[in-house]
Design a protein. Sequence first.
Length: 351
Amino acid sequence: MADDLRQTLDTVGERFNLGEYEIDAYLAVLESGQLTASEIADRTDIPQPRVYDTVRSLADRGLVELRESRPMQIVAIDPEDAFGKVQTSFTEMVDELAARYTAPPRETEAVSLVKSRSTIIRHLNECIQNAEYELAISLTPELLGQFADDLAARINDGVSIDLLVTPATAAPDPETFDYLSVATTVRTRRGITTPVLAVADGEHSVYATQDALRDDRERYGVIFNRSALGFLISGFFGTVLWTTAETLAVDTAERPFPRRYASIRRAVKDIQGLGGEFYATVEGRDIETGEPRVLSGKVVDVAIQESEEVAALTLETAEGRIEVGGLVAALEDIEGQEIHIGRESPPDPDR
């Protein structure tokens, strides 16, 4: 099998490994159907002495046919015939390569700088695909169009999405674009100073300036993959960007409980907005000892500042009342890293 794959790679590589003269000659023949060597020289920049070697190379690859007449005729072969077999070989080769591919392991605390536009786009897409229950994302109108289908798929899977579109003047008109098909809540913000970013479940994060996606200058994006530093992006989005944006669309349909949150601000706002009794199971850590903690109980109080810089909830547990804050909490008892909210009893986080 290894020898077969190597031979396929050689075959595909040989067929597509065309030099500049070969490409020029091949296109000229394709466009005319049939040419002599002199006509090829006249229509291209190929020197007359090189034409014969060039067309014989094309013939050896099965891309043209040589008719040994006087003068010799170079005849085009239908591309479907010329590339049909190699197309099949290429597809089989990709399948075989994919079967052999071993994804490189991701570091638990991976933080990296990238400056390729395509790499930033790829990581944005990964954030969208990796979101299991919560996604915060800031996109330009162009990127919104590019990722609309992917965002719609996440909405259909029950992911809650806060979408920020900037600049506001270029955002699609709500009368012609169905924002609620791609997000739970949509806001717009003025200016190209607003960065492009995404945070999936509070863990996978991407941050880049709009400049990094608009030109080829030395611009950088920052990738946090399951890094504790990812809270920087999430906190920046929630307190600086989201609170200074104007609401464009809100999904008023009530999603079922239990619900899972990475952002305590989102959890508190949902509890305040819906009213009634709530129960919670919180996975996090003690802010003084750093020890992992899992606690469950009835939500007896919630608090959030108008600026949304501070948000907390209080649980009545078997240990008494315990205050839960968000990531890097300092005022509360517990740093809530993953919050499960239910209506009738504390949710089981393993379900």
